[in-house]
Design a protein around this ligand. Sequence first.
Ligand code: IVH
Length: 713
Amino acid sequence: MSKTKTSKKDRASLGAKSVDALDEAEASAELARLAAAIAHHDALYYRKDEPEISDAEYDALRARNDEIEARFPHLVRDDSPSLKIGAAPVETFGKVTHRVPMLSLGNVFDEEGLRDFLDRIKRFLGLETIEGLAFTAEPKIDGLSITLRYENGKLIQGATRGDGYEGENVTANVRTIPDIPHSIKSRGFPDPFELRGEIYMSRAAFQRLNEEQAKAGERLFANPRNAAAGSLRQLDPAITAKRPLRFFAYGWGEVARLSAETQWDVYQLLRAWGFPLNPLIRLARSVEEMLETYRDIESGRVGLDYDIDGIVYKLDRLDLQQRLGFVSRSPRYAIAHKFPAEKATTVLRDIDIQVGRTGALTPVAKLDPVTVGGVVVQNATLHNEDEIARKDVRIGDTVIVQRAGDVIPQILGVVQVKRPKGAKRFAFPEVCPACGSHASREINPTTGKVDAVRRCTGGLICPAQRVERLKHFVSRNAFDIEGLGEKHIKAFYDDGLIQSLPDIFTLQARDKRSSSKLAEREGWGETSAQRLFDAIEARRNVRLDRFIYALGIRHVGETTGRLLARNYGSAENFLKAMRAAGADRDGEAFAELDNIEQIGPAVAAAIADFFAEPHNVAVVDELLHEVKPEPLEAVDHASPISGKTVVFTGTLEKMTRSEAKAKAERLGAKVAGSVSKHTDYVVAGPGAGSKLKNAAALGVKVLTEEEWLKLLD
Ligand code: IVH
């Protein structure tokens, strides 16, 4: 909101009179007009991205509104624009929570990786052999995934993947894609039905689009995938409609019922209903057939009119898919077998040392720009000190660069014959380039070996670590604050506007009091500043798992964030327990943390270390004054074991231990490694030992495998 007085010129286009000259009735009428006008322009700006007036004109309207309200405070309307902080939709697209998460696939790069994948399935299901099981083998389309919801046979919603749990509502845009049917008439079409697949752009269409963009002086797209993504995420569906997007179906999300037993059968149904399926999909009945399909499709790859980056294998039987379930973000029953990455050579001009949020020093190769697989590469990771030494990479060297899918480009090695005379071995710095603190290589407590990573020991005094923490905090899978990108964070940090995490949420209040307004900074204006404030406001409610992940605790990624959120339920519980764990490694709280399945000792120690640091606790406390983390929805509220803690011991006969654990977690239970007074059930098979004794001593209910399965039913 601008506090500047409206000038004479502005007044000409607004109310004719100076505010001082208005009487009460005129003021009231004008406030009503202004409220309607500002709401109208907000809608054009935020929802349609099609403003009718300039930022300055818009700001003048708001300023006039404020000025009148300041003189007639009793006339402030309930729908006054000055009260609508955060009400304007800041997200350009609405958010859609996926009822069934849209996860990703694990990757393998060779036959060995594929055999390991099959082996894992065999072990998980407790099979003697994998022979006899069929897999679909299908091209991995290099586009972007989409979920399409049909109710009553009508397409009612299209959403992007987003972070896998929440995506963007792009319904109007998907409706413009001719491959996507708007209604399905077939009897027996499930209601609801959520179809999943890939939106892509053909290579020919991509070429044409780029030619048109060049003619119009618009930016060019790097590859068909970026062009498809850029075209789908247009605020104006009329633009999407002009872009030739295509679609292939490959899966489903929430679905009422499917009369099919295999992935292959579902594909036949999808075809019959009129959805486009890739014509190269095959059924492979052995590893040999899987590899054969891989080779066939790879050799035909250049002749295809769209980009593919590998083959996806999916276990055909749906009952087994169900049993296998998911690990972290990927299904256990499917895998992507990637085509070899593309390579190129270029000259390495320099090695930059970047400091990460946990102090890790990462060497980054600065390269002469080179196109690898359709993308211009100028930076590549060199991983760490040992890696540079092993490859003996020197400044001035001609190096081989590789880029695989969305992975950060890597340096494979050096073209020795092209080494310039006098090139010296690279001396890795032993002090942090950002704060000058000593950078050391720790001894890994589990392996007893020296860590490959050199870390800055400056902790919170290191500006680079602080900035990286801030960047992580606002990033997409953490707080996801739109409009607060890495560049802004750095600039705000340097100017003292945002120095620690809670500062983000006090930015607007401080801005109000401050004489140097955000809106007056270079590159900013009233509208963009308000937009940022609104985006921040919108994140005061955040999911607990995102909140935990956003803290940037070492070793705590998204999966661990979710695990902790599930286990502790609320921010208050989590914080209380973590403080106790941080204060006493021999206490119960630490034992409980360490006892959570999938949280290993190194992770538990890292979490406790974080909360043992008073400064961190203070920051989290302060943050909790600003934001309200919301508990995760339980996996399955209705399940009889939701929220219960279970320990498995002894040999299970109906399923493997991993399968039992996965199933319990899916139904909302916590699986622990040892028995404590917090344990609700011990499921004991033959051969159970000390855990059974502990259960008896603590009076914990013991179930046989059969009783357990009956309970789940
Ligand atoms: S199946 C649980 N099949 O690859 C995920 N994905 O890395 C099931 N993709 O996000 C995905 N072609 O966008 C599947 N034939 C195919 C695919 C395919 C492309 C994409 C998809 C997914 C990503 C996984």
